[in-house]
Design a protein around this ligand. Structure first.
Ligand SMILES: Cc1cc2nc3c(=O)[nH]c(=O)nc-3n(C[C@H](O)[C@H](O)[C@H](O)COP(=O)(O)O)c2cc1C
Length: 248
């Protein structure tokens, strides 16, 4: 379970996760120190989302079991470090010994092969699963992902930077970034509940649809099991093809 630790309900959410035998807890958006001891004492695997080798090392030193190295291509909140997966993962690999789960921009076996080649031990996909049959994302959100040719775009550069589909609300926020608006103006434009209006209600005019650059690669909606099976099958096809390159 992923828990944003910069929200007031963080403690309550963590308590529910620990009460329900959740085996892996992934705090995000804040220092790992605050909750790490409680999660470790409960015998759970503690993972943490990081955007830089510096924070990965900090996590390892704090006793975190594994890190999600999330690149700048990723959907949702992103870091001002702006390190894309192809640069971030090798840097994190050099910085820490704990397992690394790569994230950002991957939707299939090609992404998995790339992540493992870069030094990761696993892969996390976000936007791909928004466009899964089982997802509770509004059908409009799924349609926007399927139709997207640019993927999500970065906005909110002065404070909580994030990546979302370039619908009117995000385009307005990008314009505010470019015209040097104040953090207060950006905060106001962002408003409260815009992501829920998008994700759950499909409100294209007002909503903010969190999405990675990877939306540009997604053209269909399929069941989760098929996404995973096809990803693994394609990964083996790619590695097999690459192993043959040596003979040619
Ligand atoms: C709709 C959406 C909601 C997300 N919410 C969270 C979140 O609450 N916490 C978090 O750590 N990451 C969140 N993410 C990021 C994903 O966990 C994942 O790291 C990211 O989507 C990877 O990039 P990709 O979208 O290109 O696959 C979200 C991503 C999307 C698309």
């Amino acid at each position: 379970v992923n828990i944003a630790i910069n929200v007031p309900q963080a403690e309550e959410r963590l308590a529910v996760a620990l009460d329900h035998d959740v085996p892996i807890v992934v705090p995000a958006a804040g220092s790992p120190k605050r909750f790490s001891q409680g999660i470790k004492d409960a015998g759970r695997v503690l993972c943490h989302v990081i955007p830089s080798p510096r924070l990965a090392k900090k996590c390892e030193d704090a006793g975190v079991d594994c890190v999600v190295a999330e690149g700048y291509e990723a959907g949702g909140h992103i870091s001002h470090d702006e390190l894309t997966m192809v640069v971030l993962v090798p840097l994190v690999r050099e910085a820490v010994k704990i397992p690394i789960i790569a994230a950002g921009g991957a939707i299939d076996g090609r992404g998995l092969a790339a992540a493992l080649a870069l030094g990761a031990d696993g892969l996390q996909m976000g936007t791909r699963f928004v466009a899964a049959e089982e997802s509770n994302a509004h059908p409009t959100f799924q349609k926007l992902i399927m139709e997207s040719t640019t993927g999500g775009m970065a906005y909110g550069r002065l404070e909580m930077m994030a990546r979302g589909l370039p619908t009117p609300a995000v385009q307005h926020l990008i314009k505010l970034d470019r015209t040097g608006a104040s953090p207060e103006e950006i905060d106001k434009a962002r408003g409260l509940g815009r992501a829920a209006e998008a994700v759950l209600e499909g409100n294209v005019e007002r909503g903010i649809f969190p999405s990675g650059l990877s939306a540009a690669l997604i053209g269909d909606i399929k069941p989760v099991a098929r996404i995973i099976e096809e990803t693994i099958a394609e990964y083996f096809e790619i590695t097999e093809r690459m192993s043959r390159l040596e003979d040619s």
